[in-house]
Design a protein around this ligand. Structure first.
Ligand SMILES: [Zn+2]
Length: 426
């Protein structure tokens, strides 16, 4: 296995022309086939960054004319490695590392439950989902996004019989990489560009490009079922906008804690979630706009993109918007736009915002209530309870009487070492 020396530029700042300045320098050596999690761990371990409270942003510059590239997943790491392999000297393509508070990065994803099990199998997943359903119930528009784990599919199909299943697009890509040996760079760009469009026309166009490059790859994606990985085909909204996987993040954050005995591990998780919940509540309380901060910025950024003279009203509700060479139709009554974003994101797109501006109406009634500051406050208003002193614990008699023996044999010890937390998100 080949390794690559990589220079790290730390704690610099990006100037107005996106050049990293005033940084410290360090270096690491990583395997060429590292994935995102491995690269991330190599950097955070080397720099001794406390990953329970901090997250790192990794960027690099390919040339001075382009803004820096950000590495946020396995694909980003692959693109970087392929670029770096062409010039292996330590100083070429340094990684610029910025350290941030963890909760800023995953403010839109909420962990609902976790469990400690001795291994991931049909029985443990079934137990987990039965308990989860008992606690959380079955709510409208729930869906399951799976990695490649067959046991999750079996358990959720039994416990939630009518809930749609989707495949995690990153995990599909991992499968593709091992199945199709050639042209990863080209295929990956097209695959992700095909998963994300908001309209069928755009999806079909990208799909025919895939067919030209590799018919087997097209057949593979078809067999999985388009609705399982393509945003425009999904029957539950918002599924495909999630670009990071909180389970992987939580697993990364709790990596060292998983070596602890179970009670200490659970207390570590409780304290971590207590910290996150409190931080997010304070942040929501410190937001004074109608929408949460990130979404407000997105709407604000799109508000004046389309000029007044590029739009005309057909009826009170229906507007035609000419955006460059493209023509869009917005229906404010049905909250739809032919670009697809308005109805799938349940948030006005640039064209809808232009139509609303024309009508002199605020966007507030056209956004999903999930995006509002009020929803954020409700989400985090229930605190994670502190753990009282052990002498005050109310432990049922049958638990007190249960004698737990240390694991015996090689296998069970191995299992315990690798004990995994299971996460369920919505
Ligand atoms: Zn639109």
């Amino acid at each position: 296995m080949s390794t690559l020396p990589i220079m790290l530029q730390l704690n610099g700042h990006w100037d107005s022309i996106e050049i990293c300045k005033d940084f410290n320098v360090d270096g690491i050596v990583v395997n060429e086939d590292s994935n995102y999690s491995q690269l991330n761990s190599a950097i955070t371990e080397h720099l001794m960054i406390d990953t329970s409270a901090k997250i790192i942003e990794i960027k690099y510059t390919v040339n001075e004319r382009c803004p820096p590239m950000k590495i946020r997943n396995d694909m980003g790491v692959r693109v970087y490695m392929e670029t770096k392999k062409e010039n292996r000297s330590l100083g070429m393509y340094p990684l610029c590392i910025t350290v941030r508070d963890f909760d800023l990065e995953c403010s839109s994803i909420l962990p609902l439950a976790y469990a400690v099990v001795d291994s991931e199998n049909d029985t443990s997943w079934m137990w987990f989902f039965e308990k989860f359903k008992h606690a959380y119930g079955e709510k409208p528009n729930m869906c399951v996004v799976l990695d490649r784990n067959e046991s999750i599919l079996n358990a959720t199909s039994t416990v939630y019989t009518s809930m749609p299943h989707y495949a995690c697009m990153w995990h599909i890509w991992t499968n593709v990489r091992s199945k199709f040996k050639k042209g990863h760079l080209k295929l990956s760009k097209l695959y992700f560009a095909t998963a994300r469009p908001y309209t069928l026309d755009e999806f079909n166009e990208r799909m025919s490009q895939i067919e030209v490059i590799d018919t087997c790859f097209k057949a593979y994606l078809y067999d999985i079922g388009y609705h399982r990985w393509s945003r425009v085909h999904a029957t539950v909204n918002r599924t495909w906008t999630m670009t990071s996987n909180i389970a992987d993040s939580l697993n990364a954050v709790t990596k060292d804690a998983r070596e602890l005995p179970v009670v200490e591990l659970l207390e570590y998780m409780r304290a971590l979630l207590e910290h996150w919940t409190n931080e997010k509540l304070l942040k929501a309380k410190g937001t004074f706009t109608y929408l949460g901060k990130k979404i407000q910025q997105r709407v604000g950024g799109q508000q004046d993109i389309i000029a007044e003279d590029e739009m005309r009203a057909s009826t009170y509700h229906i507007h035609t918007v000419i955006d460059g060479v493209k023509r869009f139709i917005v229906c404010l009554q049905n909250k739809r736009c032919s670009c697809g974003q308005f109805q799938l994101d349940v948030l006005p797109c640039a064209q809808a915002l232009a139509a609303l501006r024309h009508r002199n109406e605020s966007y507030e009634n056209y956004c999903s209530p999930y995006y509002t500051r009020e929803s954020l406050l409700h989400t985090y208003e229930i605190p994670v309870d502190p753990l009282p002193d052990e002498s005050k614990w109310n432990v049922p008699q049958h638990i007190i009487e249960e004698v737990v023996m240390p694991p015996t044999g090689k296998d069970s010890q191995g299992d315990l070492k690798n004990k995994d937390t299971i996460h369920m998100m919505k």
